[in-house]
Design a protein around this ligand. Structure first.
Ligand code: FES
Ligand code: FES
Length: 212
């Protein structure tokens, strides 16, 4: 096929244009392929992403030996659930920092101290949850609770449930600790009132009284 004059003229005066358009064609095709791959990748990613939970879910928690049932959002922490989603509420564990730095929210999960502000309620099902209320009562306190009263180991009291819970669990592991060991065991609990000396004395007194 002979090229028209216009074509020849166009090539003569604008030799780069066709090459450029061809290039665009290839690049355009490339973009189309990339688009296609992108869509496929997106589809695969969507297919492999676990279905997100929404709304509320039923949780059954074993708190201080009692089964407690409630509805919470999957993102709800154990601390929030204990304090705000149970009737009657379990308010021993305190909300202070809510980010796992102070220990005021400490509870025992299967006997181990955890920050309940960092545990989801849905992850605490099938575990035994013990709060400070489950360790003893005002009429029948455990050794640590009694020693805190005896040694006047609190001021505002906000940190106290966390310390009592942590120390109670620790004395089960180490019934005859040194002062240095008690201090080490309590390193995840903060007292903003600075009642540490009395807290540690109370822990040692509790250890002694438990052995008596
Ligand atoms: S409230 Fe949980 S660690 Fe401070
Ligand atoms: S007694 Fe007040 S924070 Fe410890």
């Amino acid at each position: 096929m002979t090229k028209s004059r216009d074509d020849r003229e166009e090539q003569k005066h604008d030799p780069g244009r066709r090459k450029f358009l061809k290039g665009v064609g290839i690049a355009g095709a490339g973009a189309a392929i990339a688009d296609h791959l992108w869509t496929e990748a997106e589809a695969k990613e969507k297919a492999s992403t676990p279905e997100s939970l929404s709304g509320t879910v039923k949780v059954v928690l074993e708190v201080n030996g009692q089964k407690r049932e409630t509805q919470v959002e999957p993102r709800t922490t154990l601390l929030n659930t204990l304090r705000n989603h149970l009737e009657p509420a379990v308010t021993g564990p305190k909300l202070v920092c809510d980010v796992g730095t102070c220990g005021a929210c400490t509870v025992l999960l299967d006997g181990k101290p955890v920050y309940s502000c960092l545990v989801l309620a849905v992850d605490a099902t099938n575990k035994k949850i013990t709060t400070v209320e489950g360790l003893g009562t005002p009429e029948n306190p455990n050794a640590v609770q009694a020693a805190f009263v005896e040694n006047d180991a609190l001021m505002c009291g906000f940190c106290t449930p966390g310390f009592v819970t942590t120390i109670s669990a620790y004395l089960k592991k180490n019934p005859n600790p040194s002062m240095a060991e008690v201090r080490e065991a309590c390193k995840g609990n903060f007292c903003r009132c600075g009642t540490y000396p009395r807290v540690f004395e109370a822990a040692l007194a509790a250890a002694k009284s438990s052995q008596a």
